[in-house]
Design a protein around this ligand. Sequence first.
Ligand SMILES: C[S@@+](CC[C@H](N)C(=O)[O-])C[C@H]1O[C@@H](n2cnc3c(N)ncnc32)[C@H](O)[C@@H]1O
Length: 254
Amino acid sequence: MSKSKIFDTALFVELSEGLPRQGPGSTEATLRALSMVHRLPARPRILDIGCGPGAQTIDLAHATGGEIVALDNRQRFLDEMLARAAKAGVASQIKPVCGSMFEMEFADQSFDLIWSEGAIYIMGFGTGLRACRRFIKPGGSTVVSELTWLTDNPPAEARDRWAQEYPAMRTIAANTQIASDAGYENVRTFVLPANDWWTNYYGPGEARLVEVRARHAGEVETIALLDDFRREYDLFRAHSNAYGYVFYVMRKTA
Ligand SMILES: C[S@@+](CC[C@H](N)C(=O)[O-])C[C@H]1O[C@@H](n2cnc3c(N)ncnc32)[C@H](O)[C@@H]1O
């Protein structure tokens, strides 16, 4: 059974509500990627696509002093993001937009920077990068993190699982070429450390899974689904050298 089938179900809310992140990442990685952006102006205008509960939104607001348009199609994540931003003292810098990344209606060339951690895959890496391009000011940049093969020959267990869950996963070299074909240059990359999966994402997710599993004891289908989630954690434990999240930092070509 595919994990994506439970999005927008009550079970998904149980599994994800209140967790720090909805994908691998860390403040350190966000700031590292930000430091690689070419000539960011003071107080930039930034679009954060698929902001989720907003860990990176808040980091970007703090680090740049800019205005962040935070786009997500789930109001509950925007609500979590706004509550956290208020606590962090950056809510006035963040404009939440509840809508789909497939129907973005921002003005052309209106952002200095487009950011998307763990969400560009929803449009598809190349399609998403092409969709972003028109909204970026001349000389502006796009930064995304994307699940990526770290080897040309992944172990069968990892290859088979991701062939089901994310068949479009590619290597860094292939994605760099796609970025270049989509109208970007100076593509720079780095791999997130395995800790960036565990500390704020898989770790809290796995702890929540144990609680939710206990609550649903005896519900055969739900337990099977939850056990399939657990296999994803175990797969990463075994094969974190074969795939990982990679940041791609790139400048819009003139
Ligand atoms: C894997 S999560 C990443 C969230 C966040 N960037 C993070 O790293 O914690 C993907 C996010 O994209 C949002 N999303 C899914 N489909 C979307 C769409 N069509 N338009 C906008 N956001 C979408 C989800 O609600 C979720 O918050």
